[in-house]
Design a protein around this ligand. Structure first.
Ligand code: FAD
Ligand code: DLZ
Ligand code: SF4
Length: 509
């Protein structure tokens, strides 16, 4: 029988992928490829590229050990066709195939490339998720607003996670009010396990250093897990050492603590090294044995079966134009500080520094520091989107775009967020220790020492007054503005304009 090709992408490293399940190892040939088309569509962090290449090479070896024929292209293979579509064509000619089995990619760009491909490509739904496209579509159908909380409850019922019969464990669906504590002095979390590079990883590190050494981000030290057994070790370590405090300090930000009590597992879950449901079952088991409090287990499980599934549903429901939306009409260029240029804003400097070192920042750093600042400053959301897609090791468009374009930049006009996630310096001062060493002051509202977040907060709200003043959840904020002295209001807006002008001129701000 004519062989078929079985496409396995860099973030499809699970043995149970739909395309592999549908294929026949005695007949078909698996195609995997390190290609410029994927490494260069945005300038990915070198750690992200190294992680994927190393994990891909190890996955390919396992498939071979399992009896599959694998046609694997390394980045420096002279015959490398340079793109996923090109590699499929090349391999089809090599083995005489004219049909491809693929698992649907997590990005419209690639879905389109497979649809337009000259070979016949069957794209099978990626069933590593709890909700199928059809299920999410049915849930969304006819709803005025797609609020995560209601979808999450459906996922709890479906999976049975933290359920006591038909009722949620502890009598409540959501324990968020017990979470989000401000960090006490000296708060420190456990460090995730670090995996020493083996020969495969070392070889990839050298390649990535040569080929992507100029990309933003530190390649070394490289310590990510690159195979499932290591990722399981990272999961066990998290559940034992960090999960018990996960809920309490989920929103805290502490200098020198890049990870606090976060899982640092998205990089593995999104590439297929860990199964999301299995991760949740282990967290639930730790709650049932009394090792983890309910607010922590529930908070963590909600992120995975709630937020993660929900943002994916939105990405596919909204369609290919979603990442380019710009409802607020923002056009400013992304400030150079996002690529490591010096800034006096300690919070921004710290979060970009962690991003550069680790290809990681936790949710509140992404949302309330880098995201918040870009939104307040009116940065073009497409530039913001491309930055997040580049710099984080866990970033693929299906999960990154709804979080950035939707949740963080409100560029989708409120599909995901019911109001924009903006705050003045107060929030960062409360939830972090960054302001203590900043050359601005979060307590100061105007003048040379005023925290830029304080100035830009009002600037944003006034720029978009027509859109937001009618939002019942924001009415109180606008009333506060109206009560402010007229001279002060004028000063705030003039100083915000001056700050933005200095930033655009490349001054140190
Ligand atoms: P934890 O905080 O420990 O959470 C546990 C798990 O829950 C994560 O591993 C992840 O699988 C899941 N999760 C938590 N929040 C979300 C969320 N909002 N959306 C989807 N899954 C979630 N997450 C990505 O996986 N890839 C991205 O490219 C990405 N881009 C983001 C961009 C912005 C602007 C924002 C605000 C958030 C983004 N997130 C993204 C969501 C979140 O910040 C990361 O999932 C989280 O920081 C990963 O670190 P962790 O594993 O330590 O997560
Ligand atoms: C992110 C990425 C990178 C940097 N490189 C590759 C690659 O060389 N080969 C590959 O198959 N996949 C890579 N990926 C992951 C893809 O970009 C990802 O599959 C799509 O963005 C869809 O999620
Ligand atoms: Fe950031 Fe403002 Fe605090 Fe400085 S004072 S760290 S700019 S929030």
């Amino acid at each position: 029988m004519t062989p078929r090709l079985v496409l396995v992408l860099g973030d499809q490293l699970s043995p149970g992928m739909a395309a592999l399940k549908a294929a026949d190892k005695t007949r078909d040939v698996v195609v995997m490829a390190e290609v410029r088309g994927e490494t260069d569509y945005v300038p990915h962090h070198p750690k992200k590229i190294a992680f994927l290449f190393a994990a891909m090479r190890k996955f390919a070896k396992r498939l071979e050990g399992d009896g599959w024929r694998v046609a694997y292209a390394r980045l420096d293979d002279p015959e490398n066709a340079g793109s996923v579509a090109g590699e499929l064509l090349r391999r089809a000619q090599e083995v005489g195939a004219d049909e491809v089995l693929a698992t649907e990619p997590g990005e419209w760009r690639l879905i389109q490339a497979l649809e337009d491909h000259p070979l016949t490509v069957r794209q099978l739904e990626d069933d590593r998720f709890i909700a199928s496209h059809r299920e999410f579509g049915a849930w969304a159908e006819g709803r005025k607003a797609l609020r995560m909380e209601y979808f999450y409850r459906q996922m709890r019922r479906k999976t049975g996670l933290l359920m006591g019969g038909a009722q949620p464990e502890g009598g409540q669906w959501n324990f968020d009010h017990d979470n989000r504590k401000a960090p006490p002095k000296g708060l420190a979390g456990p460090v995730p396990p670090r995996f020493e590079p083996d020969e495969t990883v070392k070889e990839v590190l050298d390649l990535v250093e040569d080929a992507f050494g100029n990309n933003f981000g530190d390649l070394r030290p490289f310590w990510f897990a690159t195979e499932p057994e290591q990722a399981i070790q990272a999961l066990d370590h998290f559940i034992e050492n960090a999960l018990p405090s996960f809920g309490d300090y989920q929103d805290a930000m502490v200098t020198g603590q890049d990870f606090l009590f976060h899982a640092v597992l998205s990089v593995y879950i999104n590439a297929g090294l860990l199964d999301p449901l299995e991760v949740c079952r282990r967290a639930e088991a730790a709650y049932r044995t009394g090792d983890v409090p309910l607010n922590a287990a529930e908070g963590f499980i909600r992120q995975i079966i709630g937020w993660r599934e929900y943002v994916r549903g939105v990405y596919f429901l909204e369609g290919p134009d979603y990442p380019t939306r710009n409802t607020l009409g923002h056009t400013r260029k992304l400030p150079a500080a996002y690529w490591g240029a010096d800034t006096r804003m300690r919070c921004l400097k710290t979060c970009v520094g962690a991003t550069r070192r680790e290809a990681y920042a936790h949710h509140i750093q992404r949302l309330m520091v880098t995201g918040n600042f870009a939104l307040l400053a009116g940065v073009d959301p497409t530039e913001v989107h491309e930055w997040y897609l580049s710099v984080y090791a866990d970033a693929y468009e299906w999960v990154e775009a709804p979080n950035t374009v939707g949740m963080s930049q409100f560029a989708d006009g409120g599909v995901i967020a019911s109001k924009p996630y903006v705050s003045s310096g107060n929030y960062i001062a409360k939830m972090s220790d960054y302001c203590k060493t900043c050359s601005y002051s979060a307590k100061v509202k105007t003048g040379p020492d005023a925290c830029p977040f304080n100035l830009l907060y009002w600037h944003f709200l006034i720029r978009h007054k027509d859109r937001f003043s009618g939002n019942p959840r924001m009415a109180q904020i606008y009333r506060t503005w109206e009560r402010m002295d007229a001279d002060k209001r004028e000063t705030v807006l003039a100083e915000a304009d001056a700050f933005l002008a200095r930033m655009e001129a490349g001054d140190l701000v």
